[in-house]
Design a protein around this ligand. Structure first.
Ligand code: NAD
Length: 492
């Protein structure tokens, strides 16, 4: 296993036809452990020939896999769940190594991934077809067919969980899956390949290719890939959606976010403060569900004061994990440097909150607050993707909702209140796919679906839950008649 003290930097293989093999790529990118800054692996920037090879092997294996009854196919995922549970300590270590999350965060992401595996094991109960006698003796039946070879392109921030949003569902539904993990966090995907093989998945049904923009474009253009699941920033989600759909594929692309949390004066102070702080600082703010903007309605000074107090008590390097890269650190601190424009103030600076025992060499940032920001301040508009909270003050709930509605993203939004009527009004009017009531990370858990709106999402439906059944399959409608004892009608 690669560790933070690994001295022999390993060039990662690709997984094709069920086996690891060296990549022919001439270019590589370093994989850096965010906690220490150590280079822990080299990731090859695969060529389109290597993608062809993976897709060809996947095609060869897929039709036999699709012929296996779904009740048998899902057995692999019962075993996968047991194997993930067996290896949970090692997997959490790998996630922390490559991503910089704290150990509890890494473990939490594995548990959430397991729920997606469990949901796929239920497919024999949830993905059944339909049948109806539409005329005397004439029956219509709908059955689901897999698409063939499909692909998943994933971001750095949940290297184990996000692939599991797609892999169990698409494969259990009879497809072969090619994963292109983030080049910043490619190790978890390699572990998934190992575990799926041990769980008994036939060779070729799961493959891994590596790289960045070049290989993503090759996936979008590949004539034998039927669908793409993408998760990442809005800029790339839009590009992948446009290029993939232009090439005739289904594309479900999840983009970035700017989640607004609205607090009204009747909110429970302790519950709200703890919840907002967890949402802002969890995973060092590097999650698409992180609280990014707090909109206060009326006099909420007592709640803001408690939030600030709790955020100021956190230390980066122990309570808050590492920032993924130097580049990300520069981006986030740039917003802190420029915070004091248009009347806004940096009232808490996370650069002052690094734990003494934080691992050396990594990039760490404590929690920051940019208060009294106007709705058009850059910190109110951009996805900062770090442990930073922007606070906008306003007078009415209607104004708060207008501010939320005007932001182009629509992943999540939350309201903090003790009033059911206020919560209902906000839930109805907020323009986001996932709404929290006194919950700042309103992740719907299986069997509910995960998915945003607006510029947080391109393509129909959600990435998990029931929409995923539709996304990874096409339906075949079979109309049949077996007896001539009924008189003929207009259709037979
Ligand atoms: P990213 O968009 O930089 O990368 C995502 C994937 O796209 C990676 O596999 C990467 O190799 C590839 N890629 C990067 N640049 C590309 C380009 N120019 N052309 C084609 N492919 C390219 O995202 P990231 O920094 O890895 O992850 C963070 C982003 O992901 C944030 O914006 C976050 O909000 C978003 N995210 C969204 C969700 C969601 O469900 N909506 C979930 C997790 C993360």
């Amino acid at each position: 296993m690669i560790t933070e003290t690994t001295t022999d930097v390993r060039r990662l293989p690709i997984v094709v036809g069920g086996s690891e093999r060296d990549s022919d790529a001439t270019e590589t990118m370093p994989v850096t452990a965010p906690r220490t800054g150590e280079v822990i692996a080299e990731v090859p920037l695969c060529t389109s020939d290597e993608l062809d090879m993976a897709v060809n092997e996947a095609k060869k294996a897929q039709s036999a896999w699709a012929d296996i009854p779904i009740k048998d196919r899902v057995q692999v995922f019962y075993k996968l769940k047991a194997l993930i549970e067996r290896d949970v300590d090692m997997l959490a270590e790998i996630i922390t190594l490559e991503n910089g999350k704290t150990d509890p965060e890494s473990r939490g992401s594995i548990l959430r991934g397991i729920e997606c595996v469990e949901y796929a094991t239920a497919l024999p109960m949830t993905a059944i077809g339909e049948v109806l006698e539409v005329s005397r003796g004439v029956e219509c039946k709908t059955v689901r067919s897999p698409l063939g070879v499909v692909a998943g392109i994933t971001p750095f921030n949940f290297p184990f969980m996000v692939p599991l949003w797609m892999i169990p569902m698409s494969i259990a539904l009879g497809n072969a899956f090619v994963l292109k993990p983030s080049p910043q966090t490619p190790l978890s995907g390699m572990e998934l390949a190992r575990l799926l093989k041990e769980a008994g998945l036939p060779d070729g049904i799961f493959s891994v290719v590596h790289g960045d923009r070049g290989i993503v474009e090759a996936i979008c253009d590949h004539p034998d890939i039927g669908a793409i699941g993408f998760v990442g920033s809005t800029r790339v989600a839009r590009a992948v959606y446009e290029r993939g759909t232009a090439a005739g594929k289904r594309v479900r692309a999840m983009g970035g976010a700017k989640n607004h949390l609205v607090v009204v004066p009747d909110a429970d102070v302790e519950m709200t403060a703890s919840n907002v702080v967890a949402s802002v600082t969890g995973c060092a703010g590097q999650r698409c569900m992180a609280a990014s903007v707090l909109v206060t309605v009326g006099d909420c000074d007592h709640i803001v004061a408690r939030i600030r107090e709790k955020m100021a008590a956190l230390k980066a390097g122990t309570d808050i994990g590492a920032i993924i890269s130097d580049q990300a650190y520069e981006r986030i601190t740039g917003y802190l440097d420029r915070a004091g424009s248009n009347g806004a103030r940096l009232t808490l600076d996370g650069r002052d909150a690094i734990a003494e025992d934080a691992p050396k060499g990594g990039k760490y940032l404590g929690a920051s607050i940019i208060d009294h920001a106007s709705p058009d301040h850059e910190a109110s508009c951009d996805e900062i993707f770090g442990p930073t909270l922007t606070i906008i003050r306003c007078d009415t709930l209607e104004e708060a909702i207008r501010i939320e509605n005007q932001n182009p993203y629509g992943n999540a939004a939350a309201i903090y209140t003790q009033s059911g009527a206020t919560a209902e009004f906000f839930s109805d009017k907020a323009s986001a796919g996932m709404i929290g009531v006194n919950i700042g990370v309103p992740v719907p858990r299986e069997p509910f679906a995960f998915g945003g709106w607006n510029e947080s999402s391109f393509g129909e439906g959600d990435i998990t839950g029931p929409s995923a059944i539709d996304f990874w399959t096409k339906t075949k409608k079979i109309t049949s008649k077996w007896s001539d004892k009924y008189r003929s009608n207009w259709m037979s």
